[in-house]
Design a protein around this ligand. Structure first.
Ligand SMILES: NC(=O)c1ccc[n+]([C@@H]2O[C@H](COP(=O)([O-])OP(=O)(O)OC[C@H]3O[C@@H](n4cnc5c(N)ncnc54)[C@H](OP(=O)(O)O)[C@@H]3O)[C@@H](O)[C@H]2O)c1
Length: 347
């Protein structure tokens, strides 16, 4: 008798139309395709956790950006972690955990020709796998290199972080505390603000949905602002810029307030305070630091292990929920890292 191998079906989100405004299911074809038998140099990954990032929304839009936009008909690009379940490639062994661009799908077929191949994670990590999407993955590395390399914080300086209760912002604030700074977060609910001050050690947090948030922020920064870690743009960024100190640094990490409507005018800023305060504004994309990821990840892993960095996760169950769940980032429904759980690892 011949053994019958169960055919694997790969559910995939393929971009159908470019969203205007919020993302919804109609922007995708949710297809089911059989996984083909592996060829030489290929490996098959079962996707476990899919990272949902504000940049996913930008990738869906046909505008100049740091990577090509996702093409119509292509599987939606997305980062995440998975586990190798079959392999004809010596770099990937069955059972290995990998992180990288896994896509909005159940399985990733590694061809061996990827420009950015998934990386095998070290065995026996002393931290949960999901931390590789949060503080110990690209999220944490963005906070680490953005703050330390561009912000260059010094003891006693005041650091203001927008979207502070989100994945990147919550790590930025804690690293700034480790470096001896006064840290003020801006977030969209009182509950998030409480988390920042009572659990993460921020010195103050301001809910930007309160009518008097500008007065609150001013009061929370009695010595002005030396570093702005900017995740939001728009009115929040403009107000922060008006409170900068001499030689302040603006770490331009993201401008989420404009991603859904593509309104570039939202983040137009007045250059006058930057001139008067001889401030520096510098954008960065975390991929710029790829050669130093190992160094950053080691330090972040140590801080997480020592509980000097704490983190939260917002986990949505089920690949099929990915388009709707992405909107949580724009509605402020996530605290910490937002991700989709696709499946469980095999022991
Ligand atoms: N440069 C890079 O390489 C790089 C890498 C990763 C991320 N980023 C950027 O970093 C930023 C944060 O990303 P993340 O992954 O950590 O997401 P996140 O902060 O976990 O989630 C986004 C948060 O932004 C806040 N927000 C959304 N729309 C807003 C608006 N109109 N005004 C004010 N706040 C708003 C929401 O929190 P509230 O409840 O507080 O509103 C939401 O929870 C994004 O701008 C992203 O593009 C950049």
């Amino acid at each position: 008798m011949t053994a019958v191998t169960k055919e694997r079906i790969n559910r995939q989100f393929k971009l159908k139309t470019r969203p205007t405004g919020r993302v919804n299911d109609s922007n995708f074809d949710f297809v089911e395709e059989p996984v083909p038998p592996l060829q030489k140099d290929q490996a098959l990954v079962r996707n476990l956790y899919l990272s949902l990032d504000p940049t996913n929304r930008v990738w869906m839009t046909d505008v100049p950006q740091y990577m090509p936009p996702v093409g119509i008909g292509e599987v939606m690009r997305g980062g995440g972690v998975g586990q190798v379940i079959e392999s004809k490639n010596s770099k990937y062994k069955v059972g290995d955990f990998v992180s990288g661009l896994i896509g909005w799908q159940d399985y990733l077929l590694i061809t061996g020709n990827e420009k950015m191949p998934p990386q095998v994670l070290p065995k026996g990590l002393p931290i949960p796998l999901t931390a590789m999407l949060g503080p110990c993955g690209t999220t944490g590395l963005t906070a680490y290199f953005g703050l330390l390399e561009i912000g260059q914080p010094k003891t006693g300086e005041t650091v203001v972080v927008s979207a502070a209760a989100g994945a990147v912002g919550s790590i930025v604030g804690q690293i700034a505390k480790i470096k001896g700074c006064r840290v003020v977060g801006i977030a969209g609910t009182d509950e998030k603000c409480k988390w920042l001050t009572s659990e993460l050690g921020f010195d103050a947090a301001v809910n930007y949905k309160n009518a008097d948030w500008k007065e609150q922020l001013k009061a929370a920064c009695p010595n002005g602002i030396d570093i702005s870690f900017e995740n939001v743009g728009g009115e929040i960024m403009n107000y922060i810029i008006s409170k900068l100190n001499l030689k302040a640094r603006i770490v331009l990490c993201g401008l989420i307030s404009g991603y859904n409507d593509g309104d570039v005018t939202k983040s137009q800023i007045s250059l006058t305070p930057i001139l008067i305060k001889r401030a520096r504004i510098e954008g960065f994309i975390i991929l710029d630091y790829a050669a130093r990821f190992k160094e950053g990840a080691m330090q972040l892993g140590q801080w997480v292990f020592q509980k000097k960095i704490k983190y939260k996760e917002t986990i949505v169950e089920g690949l099929e929920k990915a388009p709707e769940a992405l909107n949580q980032l724009f509605d402020g429904d996530n605290t910490g890292k937002l991700m989709i759980k696709i499946s469980d690892p095999v022991n």
